[in-house]
Each structure stands twice: as C-alpha cells, then as structure tokens.
Design a protein around this ligand. Structure first.
Ligand SMILES: C[S@@+](CC[C@H](N)C(=O)[O-])C[C@H]1O[C@@H](n2cnc3c(N)ncnc32)[C@H](O)[C@@H]1O
Length: 385
C-alpha cells in the first residue's frame, strides 16, 4: 500500500517553485506525481544544502525538524553522502527531475514501457517513475551497496516495488532488457556500450553529460541497430558516474621542460562561465580541467589547467593590468593551452554554437563521433572510442 501523499501545503509549495524555475506549468500528470510521492519519506535524517558559496550546510532532522521538512519540499538538491569530502549521492533538484521526465515524454508514450533508472540513491525518482508507469515497468540500479539497501527500503516503506539492483550501472541490467528508456541520474562522458545494447530498437537514452572541463548538458539519444544518435539539451549538472578506482599513475620520470609564451586568448573566454564555450572545450579537449587561483601567490589571477589523464599542465596569468595578453607556462607531452586555443578558435569559426547544436553518434562498435550542426550541416569535432 502506498504511503499517504506528501503534505498538501508542502507539495504545493514545491510544485510552485518547480514551475517558477522551469518557467511554465508542469503537465497535470507530472504535477500529480510530484504531489503523490512524499519526498520527505526518502530522505535521511542528515541532509546537506548548498550554502550559496560553493559549500554545504548540514540540516539534521533530529535537531531542526521543521527546517528539515522545509528543505525536503524546497526545489534544491540535497546531498545525502560525501566521500573524501566530495558529494557522491543526493536527492536531485526536483525541477531537474521533472525537466528530465518532461524530456522523456513518458506520459505520452504507449504502455507498457520498460524503464531503467541509473543511480537509485534515495529512491525518490524511482518512486515518481513507479507512479507514472507502474512498479512493474521500473528497474533502478545503484552501485553503492549501502545506498541501494536504503533506497530499496525507502521505496518499500512508501509502498513502491520496482526492481532495485545493486551493481554498476555502466553494465546495465540485462535480465530485464530491452528497455524503452534508460534514464541516468549520474553524468557520463561516454555512452557505456551496455546501454546501447540493452535499449530496444527505437528506444531512448537520457543522460546528463560531463567532461573534465564542464559538467553540464543532457544527452537525448535514440538507439537503432546497435548505434545511438542524439543531441544535447542545455540543462543539468549531475554527479559523475562512479567507476572502479583507477590505478594511480606512478611519479613520472620523464623530463618535461617548462615552456613560456604569451597568449592573446583571455582565460576568462574559455573558463569564465559561458557554458556554450566550456561545453565545447570539454567535449573536444578530453581530460583537461581547470581551476582559478586568485590567491595572488603567483599572479593577481591565474588559470590553472591540468590533464587528468597524464602529467601535462599549464598556467595562464593575468598581471592585473593587461587584458590583451597573458603569460602562459606549460609542461608535459600535451600542449594543453594550444589544444584549448584551437578548440576555442574552432568554436568561434563555427559561429559560437550553443549546447543544443552539439550532438553525438555512437557506432555499433562504440566509436563516438561528436558533431556540431550549423545551418543544417554537421561538422565532426571529435572522434573517440
Ligand atoms: C544524483 S544521485 C541520484 C539521484 C536519485 N536518482 C534521486 O532520486 O534523486 C546519483 C547516484 O548515482 C549513483 N551512481 C554513481 N555511479 C554509479 C554507477 N556506476 N552505477 C550505479 N549507480 C551509480 C551514486 O551512488 C548516486 O547515488
């Protein structure tokens, strides 16, 4: 038996915030699902909200029950687990959950549908899927054993019985395949081959995307004959997929001499917050990440760039006076700043394409071709395995 619906005033408040964030009313069937599933039943006692300054503040139900309940029905993502200081699980922001469900157009598709959600976490999104499609239609996979157990318990206590699998979402769950929809709630930088293989002919994959440079965007791909093709939508920043721990590379013995140069490309142009630029650079300069250093210890402002797959690095310094030239220092086998400059120049040449102009085709053997569509013509910008 399902648990009683969410407290009416709280549910209404959440729905109003979601609609305000999305900028339009939510279709009645989704609004009803949001009213039906009591979000607070899926949350642990200790939850963390963003503090608006890049950090998190704890809200503990046993200490502040009213504030905790208020947070449960506020349109924010609530972190439920940290690992080595980084958030690794959360109850996603309800407006992002709804936006993804809208993109999935579940309510307009013929049933029965078979859906697999990647990343069960608290179970809240799986409960929404059960409400919309029926429990039989829903499989949900969580790699963290403790979270999978808690998610399944939450679902059962609230009266939902989807198939909960403890395992690596990258491998999918062949026992219940093929799926009409794979809906991921963690971000990926490639489509795991099992997802394409386990999606029905003409089925869809919806997944948040990430690169080392930029965690943003949602891929909507359709599968056919072992391949997948789709476009990116400009929303959502989800936690990255957990993978088996990589073996730490040993200290590099290669002698990478340091190179010095001057660049006219402003570091703010490539890392200043323009998501269209950063998305393009992330897709086309694999492994490169950045951090700003405004401590003043080296230069008034420094952009630090590093290769997450090797020893290369670069720094770009603003001297506090000249906005038209910046000092570049780089080392290692990859000339990172040249790669970033080339990616930025290509982005300009293509007419500053937005996230939605980017798309991906995955061949049956797994090769990923990233393209940008300009005036109806596709330009390949990267091919990878
Ligand atoms: C943002 S949370 C999911 C939110 C959730 N679906 C909800 O209802 O709000 C992402 C979850 O994905 C899980 N996850 C990350 N990598 C995974 C993987 N390779 N396989 C399965 N689950 C994974 C994390 O442990 C985390 O619980």
């Amino acid at each position: 038996m399902r648990a009683p619906a969410a407290p009416a005033a709280h549910a209404q408040q959440l729905l109003a915030q979601v609609e305000q964030f999305l900028g339009h009313p939510v279709p009645p069937v989704l609004a009803q699902a949001l009213r039906t599933v009591p979000r607070h039943l899926f949350l642990p006692d200790r939850i963390w909200r963003g503090d608006g300054q890049g950090g998190y503040e704890l809200c503990d139900r046993t200490v502040e029950p009213d504030r905790w309940l208020e947070a449960a029905y506020t349109d924010v993502s609530l972190v439920t687990q940290f690992t080595e200081g980084l958030p690794t699980s959360s109850a996603s922001m309800p407006s992002m959950v709804l936006r993804t469900l809208l993109l999935a157009s579940l309510h307009t598709l013929p049933s029965p549908l078979s859906v697999v959600e990647m990343g069960t976490a608290t179970g809240f999104n799986a409960a929404l899927l059960c409400t919309l499609l029926g429990d039989q239609a829903v499989t949900t996979i969580e790699s963290d054993a403790a979270l999978a157990k808690v998610g399944e318990r939450n679902l059962h206590m609230a009266g939902y019985t989807p198939t909960v699998v403890r395992g690596d979402g990258a491998a999918g769950w062949p026992d219940r395949a093929p799926y009409d929809l794979i809906l991921s709630t963690f971000s990926v930088d490639h489509l795991p081959p099992a997802w394409t293989a386990q999606t029905a002919q003409g089925g869809r994959i919806l997944t948040p995307w990430n690169s080392a440079w930029c965690c943003y965007g949602t891929l909507e791909a359709t599968t056919r004959d072992g391949s997948a093709q789709g476009r990116f939508h400009p929303f959502a920043a989800y936690m990255p997929m957990r993978r088996p721990r990589p073996t730490t590379p040993g200290p590099t013995t290669a002698d990478h001499s340091t190179q010095h140069a001057t660049t006219k490309l402003s570091p703010w142009a490539v890392a200043g917050g323009d998501l269209n630029t950063e998305f393009h650079i992330g897709l086309t300069v694999p492994g490169a990440r950045f951090a700003w250093n405004a401590s003043g210890s080296h230069a008034p402002v420094r952009l630090e760039v590093a290769d997450t797959t090797g020893p290369s690095w670069a720094t770009i310094d603003y001297d506090g006076h000249h906005g038209d030239r910046f000092a570049v220092t780089q080392a290692g086998p990859r000339p990172l700043w040249e790669e970033i400059t080339a990616a930025y120049d290509r982005w300009l040449r293509l007419g500053r394409p937005s996230v939605e102009q980017h798309g991906l085709t995955v061949a049956p053997a797994g090769a990923h071709t990233h393209w940008v569509e300009v005036a109806g013509r596709r330009h390949t910008v990267r091919v990878s395995r």
